[in-house]
Design a protein around this ligand. Structure first.
Ligand code: URA
Length: 465
């Protein structure tokens, strides 16, 4: 019988340690059954096992497809103690069956994929549901949050919070590990208990007011709520303290909404829009939610006659949670003003509701959404149309046009003309304002700006017919 090999990883989330060891073992042809994987969490179980293997240079012949690296990177953070062994078994099988990952019916691959999905969801939940509370220490303001993840995701999520809250001093306390950011470096500390984090502060009132205002009793589905916001998180979130009383009041509120809807045409649109936005906040229809700060939903009167559709939120929109507030938004505002269109009367949204970007150093560089992402997000755009029912929809640029018209368009050829839409509205296509920002030649930029204004005027003229 082959000797057992023991791999001791440095911790439950030691993905790099697993990768190095797994590559070495697989290159040496060590069978999955001959490896014992252990970490601090299971150390005593195999304390008498032989020492860790020496890490050798991995063989050039080893097959490690990119998709497997991504899958393993997530699944290895699952709390399942068998995760290291399962992933190693998959790596070994991949050597003989390079297309193994395509076989979704394979029980091992299916199990690993489920684990990876659970981890990604946990990562997302930490980003969405973690709440900082304001405290003061000797150096001034410090924000402290308590969070209980299901999997070993805290370290993997640190970069997100550092990027997002770079200017704040904060601590994230979890049962396994704590993170402390002082504006320059992250320090790790031991796990904590909920009692170590402050219970409430003035910010809670703001959360509570916000949550009460977006709460839509017509859509209460406990199952769905639990799915999006598992009960284990509720106790840590100030707004959820309101849920029981809101549920108790729900029937009366629902009746009032229905009455309003009956007596007033479009009276329920506001409530429907709030519910939609709330649902979109937890959207995972495509992978873009993983890196973005938040869903940037459309905004404006639900009775708007004109809908303006952009491509996707930019860096500033991603942080602010509002469409067209950055440089492209300012360009759009100028053009709308020149065209005599009141932005406050229009509904402004984007084809894709999450910011897609590539990181270059500290900068996040806009990256174009692909056809799959546009299609996945089109669902939200169509819901927005159902609520707003705009007379005229202006697609700003090619991505927006693809979503509005459901096909690729040549803007140069099709701009400035009315196109009928399947729901009876009128579509209109023009350039994206960021195209104007990119033009290096001043005279050309001024000329193109005038054409853009002219296009917006043309769209507005349709409203008056
Ligand atoms: N570009 C867009 O298309 N939309 C925004 O919201 C911002 C920039």
């Amino acid at each position: 019988m082959a000797a057992l090999r023991t791999v001791t990883l440095s911790g439950p989330d030691d993905v790099a340690g697993w990768r190095d060891a797994a590559r070495t073992l697989a290159a040496q042809g060590v069978a999955p059954g001959a490896v014992i994987w252990q970490t601090g969490e299971s150390g005593d179980l195999f304390a008498a096992a032989p020492a860790s293997i020496a890490i050798a240079e991995p063989s050039a012949r080893l097959r490690v497809p990119r998709a497997f690296i991504d899958l393993a990177g997530a699944a290895l953070l699952h709390r399942d103690p068998e995760r290291f062994a399962l992933l190693y078994a998959a790596l070994c099988r991949l050597q003989a069956h390079p297309r193994l990952l395509d076989d979704e019916a394979d029980p091992l691959i299916a199990r690993i994929a489920t684990m990876a999905k659970a981890v990604r969801r946990d990562i997302h939940k930490m980003r969405a549901f973690l709440r900082f509370r304001e405290t003061h220490d000797d150096d001034g303001l410090r924000y402290i949050a308590w969070f209980e993840p299901e999997h070993h995701i805290v370290r993997a999520n640190a970069g997100f919070f550092v990027d997002r809250f770079a200017a704040m001093r904060w601590s994230i306390l979890t049962p396994e590990l704590s993170l402390h950011w002082d504006g320059e470096t992250v320090r790790e500390g031991p796990g904590a208990t909920r009692g170590d984090a402050p219970a409430d502060d003035a910010i809670e009132a703001v959360w509570q007011t916000y949550y009460a205002s977006i709460f839509n009793p017509a859509r209460i589905k406990i199952g769905a709520m639990l799915k999006e916001m598992p009960k284990r998180y509720w106790k840590n979130m100030p707004e959820t303290a309101l849920v029981p009383s809101l549920i108790a009041d729900a029937q009366a509120r629902e009746r009032r909404m229905i009455d309003t809807a009956r007596t007033q045409r479009g009276g329920n649109a506001e409530a429907a829009w709030h519910a939609l936005r709330e649902e979109a906040a937890g959207c995972t229809r495509c992978p873009l939610y993983k890196n973005a700060t938040q869903t940037v939903f459309g905004e404006g009167p639900t009775s708007a006659a004109m809908m303006l559709v952009g491509e996707q939120p930019g860096d500033q929109e991603d942080l602010a949670g509002r469409a067209f507030v950055g440089p492209a938004g300012q360009m759009l505002d100028r053009a709308l003003a020149d065209a005599g269109v009141d932005r406050a009367q229009a509904y402004v949204t984007n084809a894709v509701k999450h910011f897609k970007f590539e990181r270059r150093g500290k900068r996040r560089i806009h990256s174009k959404p692909n056809a799959g992402e546009i299609e996945a997000c089109r669902w939200w755009y169509e819901q927005e149309r159902l609520v707003v029912k705009p007379q005229v929809t202006v697609a700003l640029g090619a991505t927006a046009a693809r979503s509005v018209f459901g096909r690729p368009m040549t803007i140069g050829r099709e701009r400035g003309a009315a196109h009928e839409l399947p729901d009876g509205g009128t579509g209109w296509v023009t350039v994206h304002p960021s195209y104007l920002l990119r033009l290096p030649d001043k005279a050309k930029a001024a000329e193109e700006f005038e054409r853009f204004v002219e296009d917006l005027r043309g769209a507005a003229a349709l409203l008056r017919r």
